[in-house]
Design a protein around this ligand. Structure first.
Ligand code: NAP
Length: 499
């Protein structure tokens, strides 16, 4: 019989307690007949050995071989430059889509449940790009930069996953959340690729919403959404907001989906204050595990566990962090983690009565097919055969000069080059030519050079821009530069605010 191997990392803090509880439930539901869990080392114990990645090479290989990782929450080392192992894993294994489901659960009281409003929607968050590259630099005494990277193939992967999932779930409408009114190129690309992907899913209606308005809508009328796709940082924030609507992080499962490898984890952290006390709520990890069972094809097991969980919750079974005293079996004394999971095991085979039961298929066997290991990293591309031409360069300077003095120096530097000075901006606002004397400047400028009149894009190469940089660097600190290019004749750079 086809067996699936799942890499298993219990995590830190409450991780091992809630993982033991989840595995006991899955074992009782017969998951062990089809799937085997393979322990891997990652998290605090690995950081403590001085490994700054928080994961051993052996664990990386095991996760690659399994194609699925089930993990508990893991501690991020404070200070010392150690990066979040959770973010590292998502990026290392290219799990490009973070899929979270927000559903009202029986026994979990919220302002919406009290108002009789049932919530059931999901958020698909881009999981790799955006500011999460953590590409940060100090550029001057006073200025720090974080690069926000959005790629077309990165957008395509997350949007296709969202539409395919919406189709599988029979959803009618998918929204794209964004801030393309301000970040016209990065969020603009995210929105454009959403509209492009939508063309292959004509039965699904689409809409787009600016992220700030989305937050307000989610609070006022969350039931209007079925699925929302968002860039990484916006998605991170909005999905915690959404978790709050259904009772908190303890009730929001999370799947990180990639082409080859997928990671299923609880959304909350290691809750160090209650670690080791045996009182943590395992619901988020159980719900994430149910998503994992569906991912590997164990649809029957997923349905049986989900129904048992809902049936147990509607009796009033609860841990210390939630509870609804109006339910028939509610006990003032909260259940321990072990008692809680035993309460769910006791309900295996039963169906919930107050919420729709999940249909249980006759049988299920794993369908996960792990593609062969690629021999090297793959380059993913969306646009090819585009003609790009040099049109100028933006030079970024660490300088305490005022804009007019700086402009004078830059005009001199540009003499005898194919470039002319066209713009100086500070914190994105045009300060030369023109602008307002009330625009406050800091010690870091963007200086834009474009081709002199009569010189066409494509008639010079990048080396002329580098020669200009070299000249400027004789007197100024050049922090970085960006080549300005046209792509198939379209300008590939933004205008300054006020330009
Ligand atoms: P947290 O671990 O989620 O805990 C915040 C509080 O929420 C806890 O103190 C506890 O509150 C409650 N809580 C969370 N999960 C619970 C559960 N399953 N059952 C019952 N109560 C629960 O957030 P944090 O304190 O900000 O982060 C702690 C560590 O976790 C940090 O090192 C952080 O980097 C890491 N983290 C990891 C992940 C991940 O692995 N994906 C995600 C987030 C954070 P009470 O005071 O009410 O007991």
């Amino acid at each position: 019989m086809h067996r699936v191997y799942i890499a298993l990392a219990p995590g830190d803090g409450i991780g091992p307690e809630i993982m033991d509880a989840s595995l006991a439930l899955f074992k009782a539901a017969g998951v062990g007949d089809h799937a085997e869990f393979v322990p891997v080392d990652m998290g605090k114990s690995v950081f403590d050995t001085g490994n700054t990645k928080g994961i051993t090479d052996e664990a990386v290989r095991t996760v690659e071989d399994c194609g699925v990782l089930f993990k508990g929450p893991m501690e991020t080392p404070k200070g010392g430059g150690g990066k979040s192992i959770n973010v590292t894993l998502r990026k290392l294994f290219s799990t490009y889509a973070n899929f979270r489901v927000f559903k009202s659960l029986p026994g979990v009281q919220t302002v919406y449940s009290k108002a009789g409003i049932h919530l059931d929607f999901s958020i698909v968050r881009e999981n790799i790009e955006d500011t999460y590259g953590g590409v940060e630099h100090r550029l001057s005494n006073d200025m720090i930069q974080c690069k926000r990277l959005i790629s077309a193939p990165g957008c395509d992967q997350v949007h296709r996953f969202a539409f395919q999932t919406a189709r599988q779930l029979g959803l009618k409408k998918v929204f794209c959340g964004h801030k393309a009114n301000i970040m016209k190129m990065t969020d603009g690309l995210f929105l454009d690729r959403f509209k492009f992907a939508a063309k292959d899913f004509p039965e699904i209606e689409t809409g787009d919403v600016i992220v700030d308005a989305l937050c307000m809508n989610l609070v006022i009328k969350p039931q209007q959404y079925q699925m929302i796709v968002l860039p990484n940082l916006q998605g991170d924030i909005v999905s915690d907001l959404a978790a709050g609507l259904v009772g908190g992080l303890g009730f929001a499962p999370s799947a990180n989906i990639g082409k080859h490898i997928s990671i299923f984890e609880a959304v909350h952290g290691t809750a160090p204050d209650i670690a080791g006390k045996g009182v943590a709520n395992p619901t988020s990890l159980i719900l994430s595990g149910i998503m994992m069972l569906r991912h590997i094809g164990l649809l029957k097991h997923a349905a049986v566990v989900e129904n048992a969980l809902f049936a147990a919750l509607e009796t009033g079974l609860h841990t210390g962090d939630f509870g609804d005293p109006s339910l028939p079996g509610y006990k003032k004394e909260p259940a321990t983690t072990k008692q809680f999971v035993q309460g769910i095991i006791d309900k295996l085979g039963e169906k919930p009565k107050t919420v729709p039961a999940t249909p249980v298929p006759e049988q299920s066997t794993p369908t996960l097919n792990h593609a062969p290991r690629p021999s090297s990293q793959q380059v993913i591309r969306t646009f090819v055969n585009i003609m790009s031409h040099v049109a100028g360069c933006d030079v970024y300077l660490d300088s305490p000069l005022a804009p007019v003095a700086l402009a004078h120096e830059m005009q001199q530097a540009a003499q005898d080059t194919p470039f002319k000075l066209t713009l100086i901006s500070n914190r994105g606002t045009q300060v030369w030519p023109g602008g307002s004397v009330y625009t406050e400047c800091v010690d870091y400028y963007r200086v834009r050079f474009e081709l002199k009149d009569g010189i066409l894009p494509g008639s010079i190469g990048q080396s002329r821009a580098i020669a200009l940089l070299d000249k400027i660097a004789e007197k100024f600190i050049v922090c970085s530069y960006e080549l300005l290019r046209t792509f198939d004749g379209v300008r590939g750079y933004s205008m300054a605010q006020g330009q």
